[in-house]
Design a protein around this ligand. Structure first.
Ligand SMILES: C[S@@+](CC[C@H](N)C(=O)[O-])C[C@H]1O[C@@H](n2cnc3c(N)ncnc32)[C@H](O)[C@@H]1O
Length: 334
C-alpha cells in the first residue's frame, strides 16, 4: 500500500531542483516500446491519446503512420505537443479536453469513426512538476494551485483554506493514505485562521510541524499527492473514462492505460478484469455463469513495467504500470 506514496515521492525527487527533467525534454514517455507493440499502430488507424503531454507516445503512433487525436486538459501540454507533432500535418489533431469527456470531444471534432485504440498515461508530466508556478512540487515554492487545467476548478489553496477539517482529513487519508491525516488537517485548520495558505512552502512547512521528517521522504509527500488527486478529481475522471472509452473503440481495437500509483492501478485492474473474465462465480450460485459484461480480452494478465535499462535512463518509469485490453467482436462467440 505504501507503494503509491513512494511513487509520487520518487516522481518529485526525480524532478527536484532541476530546471527541466534530466533529458531537458518536456516529458520523457514511459514504456514507449511496449505501448507501440501493444497498440500496433499502422497507416489508416485512428488513435486517441487522451494524455498527450509532451507528445512522446503520440509521436511514436504517428511515426508508424497512424492518425492521432491528441488530447490534454493542460493548455501548456498541448502547446508543447503541437511544437513536437506539427510536422505530421493533418494526421494529428489537437483538442483541449478532459479524457472523461472523450466522447463529446470526438463529436466536437466531427470524428465519428471508431478508434483503433486509445491510450491514457495518467498523472502529472515532468513539465508540470518542474514548473514552480503550477504548484505541484513540494520542494519548489509556488502558488498552491495544482490544477492541470488552470482555467477551471478550485485550486489546492481553495481546498486547503475552504474545506472543513474533517473533509481535509478524509482527503489526506483516502488519497494520500496519510497516517496522521486528522492531526495534519487540524493543524491546517488552526493555522489558516491566522493566515490563509497561499504557497507550496507554506503548506509543506505546516505539515512538517506536525509530522517531522524521519526518513529520506519529505513528510508532506502524501499530502501533496492527496491534494493533487482531489483538485483534479483524478479518480473520478479515470472512472468515467473507463466507462466511456470502450464504446468508442472498434472491435479488435485496444485500450492501454499507464498508471503511477496503486489507487489508479487498482481501478484499471478491476475494470479490465470485470469486463474480460469469461465466467463469474458467486457463492450463492450452483455453478459459474457467463459474464454478461465481457467486452474485452485481457492482453496483460500482469501489468507491464519498465525494465532496468529504462528506469536507469528515466527514473520516473520505476512506478509505471501498463495494462492493455482488446475489444472483442462478439462476446457471445468467445
Ligand atoms: C504523464 S503525462 C503524459 C505524457 C505523454 N504520454 C508524453 O508522452 O509526453 C500526463 C498528462 O496527462 C494530462 N492529464 C492528466 N489527467 C488528465 C485528464 N483527466 N484529461 C486530460 N488530460 C489529463 C496531464 O495534463 C499531463 O499532461
Amino acid at each position: 500500500m505504501l507503494m503509491n506514496i513512494l511513487d509520487y515521492d520518487d516522481l518529485q525527487e526525480v524532478n527536484l531542483g532541476k530546471p527541466e527533467n534530466s533529458s531537458g525534454a518536456y516529458h520523457v514517455p514511459v514504456l514507449p516500446d511496449e505501448v507501440v507493440a501493444l497498440l500496433r499502430p499502422a497507416p489508416g488507424m485512428l488513435f486517441l491519446d487522451g494524455t498527450v503531454g509532451g507528445g512522446g507516445h503520440s509521436e511514436r503512433l504517428l511515426q508508424a503512420g497512424a492518425e492521432v487525436i491528441a488530447m490534454d486538459q493542460d493548455a501548456e501540454a498541448l502547446d508543447a505537443a503541437r511544437d513536437r507533432l506539427g510536422k505530421f500535418g493533418e494526421r494529428v489533431r489537437f483538442v483541449q479536453a478532459n479524457f472523461r469527456d472523450s466522447e463529446e470531444a470526438l463529436l466536437g471534432l466531427d470524428e465519428r469513426r471508431g478508434l483503433a485504440g486509445a491510450l491514457l498515461d495518467v498523472g502529472v508530466s515532468s513539465h508540470q512538476l518542474d514548473c514552480a508556478a503550477r504548484g505541484f512540487a513540494l520542494m519548489k515554492d509556488g502558488p498552491l494551485d495544482m490544477r492541470m487545467n488552470g482555467m477551471i476548478g478550485e485550486t489546492a489553496a481553495d481546498l486547503v483554506n475552504g474545506l472543513s477539517v474533517p473533509e481535509l482529513g478524509r482527503i489526506f487519508r483516502e488519497y494520500g493514505e496519510e497516517p496522521r491525516a486528522m492531526q495534519i488537517a487540524a493543524r491546517i485548520g488552526a493555522l489558516r485562521l491566522q493566515h490563509p495558505f497561499q504557497s507550496t512552502f507554506d503548506l509543506a512547512a505546516a505539515v512538517s510541524s506536525v509530522a517531522p521528517r524521519t526518513g529520506a521522504r519529505h513528510p508532506a509527500t502524501r499530502i501533496f499527492q492527496a491534494l493533487r488527486i482531489a483538485v483534479n478529481d483524478e479518480l473520478g475522471a479515470l472512472g468515467e473514462a473507463l466507462e466511456a472509452l470502450p464504446s468508442l473503440i472498434v472491435a479488435g481495437g485496444r485500450l492501454a492505460i499507464i498508471t503511477f500509483h496503486s489507487l489508479e492501478d487498482r481501478m484499471v485492474k478491476h475494470s479490465f478484469r470485470d469486463r474480460s473474465q469469461e465466467w463469474i462465480d458467486r457463492p450463492e450460485w450452483p455453478e459459474p455463469r457467463r459474464n454478461p459484461n465481457r467486452i474485452f480480452r485481457l492482453l496483460t494478465p500482469h501489468p507491464m513495467d519498465a525494465g532496468v535499462e529504462e528506469t536507469q535512463s528515466n527514473p520516473r518509469a520505476r512506478s509505471a504500470k501498463l495494462r492493455v485490453v482488446e475489444k472483442i467482436s462478439d462476446p457471445t462467440l468467445l
